[in-house]
Design a protein around this ligand. Sequence first.
Ligand SMILES: Cc1cc2nc3c(=O)[nH]c(=O)nc-3n(C[C@H](O)[C@H](O)[C@H](O)COP(=O)(O)OP(=O)(O)OC[C@H]3O[C@@H](n4cnc5c(N)ncnc54)[C@H](O)[C@@H]3O)c2cc1C
Ligand code: FES
Ligand code: FES
Length: 1301
Amino acid sequence: MTVQNSSEGVNSGVHANSVFVIFVNGEKIEHPDIQPEWTLIYFIREKLNLKGSKVACGEGGCGSCTVLLSKYDTASSKYSHKAINACITPLCSLYGCHILTVEGISDGNKSCHSIQDSIARNNGTQCGFCSPGMVMSMYALSAEKINEEKLEIKTIKDALQGNLCRCTGYRPILDAFKDYQPNCSNSADIEDTWSLKNIQCENPRTINNNQASTLQAIENLLKGFENGGIKIGDSKYLKFKGKNSIWFLPYNLDEALQILNENSTARLIGGSTQLFQNLESTCVENPIVLVDKIRELRAVERCEFEQRSFLKLGAALTISEMADALQIEIEQLHESQTRGFRSIVQLLNLYGSTQVRNSATIGGSIMTTNPASDIQTFYQVLDCWAHQINIGSNSLMTKKMKLPFKAGSLITHLEIPHSKDNEYIWMDKVTKRRKFDAAILNAAAKLTTDDSKTFVQNLVLCFGGIAVIRFDVDFVFERNQVSLNEAFLAMVTTSVVAELNTKLRKTQYSEAYISALTKNLLLKFYRNVTSEIQGKPLPHDDENIFKSSQLFRLDKESKPNDLIGQPIAHASAYKHATGEAQYCDDVPKIDNELFLAFVCSDRAHAEVISVDPTAALAVTGVVGYVSHQDVSKNSFGMVIDDEEIFASSKVTSHGQIIGGIVAEDRIIAQKAAKLVKVEYRNIVPLMLTIEDAIQNSSYYPEQGMKLKRLIDHADTIDKCDNVLEGKMYVGNQAHFYMEPQGCIVIPKEDNEMDVISSTQNPMEVQKKIGEALNIPSNRIIVRVKRIGGGFGGKESRCLLVALPAAVAAHKFKRPVRCILDRQLDMRISGKRHTFLTDYKIGFTNSGRLLGLKMTVYCNGGATLDISEAAIERVLVNLDNAYNIPNYDLDGIVCKTHVASNTVMRGTGGPQAALLIEGILDRIAGHLNLDPVQVRRLNMYVEGDVTPYGQTLTNCTVQRCWDECVKLSEYYSRRDQVDQFNRNNKLVKRGLSMNPCHFGIAYTAVFLNQGAALVHIYRDGSVLISHGGVEIGQGLHTKLLQVATRELGIEASKIYISETSTDKVPNATPTSASCGSDLFGMAVMYACQELMQRLAPFRKQETDSWESIVSAAYFDRVSLSATGFYKTPKVGWNSQKVGSPFNYYSTGAACTEVELDCLTGEHKILRTDIVMDVGQSLNPAIDIGQIEGAYAHGIGLFTSEELVFSEQGELLTVGPNSYKIPTVGSIPLELNVSILPGSSNPHAIYSSKAIGEPPLLLATSVFYAIKDCIRTQRRSTGKSADFRLDSPATPEKILMALEQSN
Ligand SMILES: Cc1cc2nc3c(=O)[nH]c(=O)nc-3n(C[C@H](O)[C@H](O)[C@H](O)COP(=O)(O)OP(=O)(O)OC[C@H]3O[C@@H](n4cnc5c(N)ncnc54)[C@H](O)[C@@H]3O)c2cc1C
Ligand code: FES
Ligand code: FES
């Protein structure tokens, strides 16, 4: 990479427009024509064509766009190297800085950095979409800590907190980064079983660890730009003028004041972590002044002033820099002086992510209007002072005042006082997800005692959060001798709760919950402070723990080159890690390409009266509007055609696509689409929930399902020794694949179309485009290289993007790209179904199940889509691993006005497992038995018959169970948990062990087919095409392994390029865990066919593959073969009786959690999983699937909660409001073991499907939480029988603890 060393400044004119200078990957880029409001990610992806950094959210919430920012700080005279999110960073703020992207740390496809090597080798990538961001976060951490000998696991976890991964479950990523640090203190915890991890399918790369020299080179480059390239003393700020905005970049206070004085409407920007949301409108309306480089605003000073002692921090310091400065004080000063500082540092650990803390500034945090600001809460109680300069037209004056500030001033400094010997400070924050989440409620307190520390003189409390309007209360007790005791606490609690009730915001959180939480937080404060006064501070969480083991047996007798059974890395692992792997939106812009942006409904149920695109069409760069009028057949569907590509006269869900604006560029299209005017007339009723649908009898007729077996249920159940009845609700889940939906359509001659789609279902995309445009399928080629996760969300919902894009491309005869942003993706695409059930269960006194009667409702949404598959899966999975002799189930799909719900990993299986596991849990509680005993008693054995009449063979669920009891040391741990609970009043531990028994095959028999096409070229290289899509599940890798066994050649000679409908037609979607079963067999057959043809040409054992191939070619033998497989003997009759499944994947998991009974927050201490994967094709990939699915389940059953407004608008539309697990959500100890000695005659090489079944094992997290609640309820004299719905959020948990009998 060319490095231009620029030591001269480039800007000097006060009024001249400055030339923008930035350094990227060692290269100096001068750009005279930037639009200052461009984000960094837009610039590097669209202008520099560096596509390694990904955009999965665009709101700073996922870390996939992480890059390393290097800059020089004039105040501290130091260079810093920090991770930031490129998606929320305005380009302009990076003047004179260096950005290192993932491309900058490796060299093309020849070498890679050892961090990239480590994540690739340790199976830390699956779909790979998060991998560049992960790598850059780790790279930034190691750059910051370059002189440290070893990194603590806590430090690594903190650095990765802002990086989401939906596939891996994080364990291999953590292991990879621990591995990268050979001296890491915890490395001994890793049981390293990857004995063959060096086998790679990709070309070997040289590994470098040249970080020190890279950083040095960057620092050399930045020389000359210390002061923006301007000589210190020159009063010459920078000015960047774009089409719509003007930005100023002052380097000192005088300049800033001069600009502000001259531009009275100017708006200030610090780190832009808040302002980015309204950046576009803000900078169109106002000139922008960037304050983060103002030298005076970056100083840190310890001060004594008028008997006050404080730390003075410049307002342009970032939150990370503030934490560092406070930490130095903590280390240098007496404990009593830094009590507040310690609380702040602890709190800041819960503040956003490393990337956010590296950008957000003190000034911004003071001025933020975010009600959940954690920082303002402590500013308030600590009596911090801020210096502000009021910006007036003529008079500028400096004054100090108490927080918070109103707009219209420049904050220059913050003063945080040192604490005094009689001051005690406490802060906490309650969130749905423990780390990287906004506060539901945050609280800070400062208690001042008399000198004897017996009486309270003063107490200041402040509360804030999503749930309340910030408020503070001040109690002063100077004259009264008020003791710090429980009576005092009760008095404070009464006042605060009364005050709080007047401050509630209208949110999803109930008043009862917030009151209970406030009461409990005050108790926490009291316990903490009294302990501290007594000199026995309560211990903090030990987060410096992470242990894992992965156990499997290797086949030692495999033939040369045969990779079956070997734990080889994902075939694209290095491409993922280096950012070379290409996803739909990474395809370079095609000549003449247009961008399609949707016009979506902002009503959930309404008539469309009129649509007027005139204003949008007038925008320069807009090419046209597409709507239902441009389509031959506007209706589509997976089972029935009940959905419209573009809504014509009526909308039936919020976000439904009405039309689209097609423009020369993404930004133009998106802006113009907002100008399209749509008039609506609301229609009643508006039904959003299952309850709404029941009330209005709104169902999909004919699409429900009944499953009934054996004797008359009513009679049987009512005659049982015990009968329990109940209701349970299981909430939905967003797929949150990291790569949003996207499609590129390239029209060609004769109505031909090339379609690049992020889909799990290329056949359906091809077929539906053909139907929509009346074009035969033979003109349409749908291609998929890989997708950044799907989880079922791209099986049918990909059509929402592909069909409009095809219509637009057809209409304008130009290539059209349509990529959704995360927020729109979440609004319009369906989710996992919610379920509501009514049940009645009969059982014996020993706990044996006799009969289950249940009605199950699911919310199908506005169209049917594949909802019947979900209800069907629930009904066939409600037995999970248990023999239930009498079974009477009724499944009903509700029709509502939410975006059509769809299949998702496990479809209805996880919900079904949660329901039946809940019933068994209740039975155990009712009989006062250990749930493990009740589960084992009812568990399936060989030869049992399921409710739908399938006889079980090779039934291994009891073996998994018994192995898991051993692996987890269940019984001794149960004793330990009981012991812990006896000794702890407010924190409880719970343990739960749960099985999974998941049928494999499509119940729609025709889908159980797979095909492949294998070519051998003259040089001996082999190209495999098959019908499956690489979603991240490692399908290509496994099929490549199949080919190594069949062809007997090295993996490096075999290649799988992409999935394409012109290579393999009519392919079944890649879903339902069936990919390797179907396409593996197809590849095997094709290879076997070729080997038969080549056999005559192998004259002797030593003949090389190439010579055999060559001989066959010259003898005119076809070196191309297809393979086709259909699963034999699966199916059931119209009464749903038969053998719908090919076999079952089974497993068991034991999970221990710890619950804070005051806040409802939990952490998972340990999980042990035993899974039967038959003879694993690739244990590394299988374990990756087990861990990833389990983590997916953690989210489903604990933190992922979708919230809709009363009008049906989804409010949780991105990672900042919707909380999938982070690296901090996974168990502190995770042991996974593959059941030894298993086999499976029904799938390729005796393997088993693995993508979905382990998700069901996360029921163990939910029931371990329930175990904690039960224990706590019992200890407070409450009934052990209570209802807990999923997800078990802190709110539901706290309410279950509070629930009366
Ligand atoms: C992903 C994510 C996670 C987050 N998590 C948390 C969290 O856990 N807890 C929490 O409390 N917050 C959180 N935040 C909020 C965010 O960190 C705050 O909004 C931040 O403090 C704002 O600082 P900034 O420098 O980025 O402000 P900006 O966005 O630059 O500006 C915010 C406001 O302050 C004004 N302003 C900036 N600097 C000055 C100045 N020197 N003088 C006067 N006015 C100024 C701006 O004009 C604007 O009105 C999160 C944000 C994101 C994006
Ligand atoms: S895309 Fe930038 S943080 Fe998600
Ligand atoms: S590998 Fe992390 S999101 Fe797919």
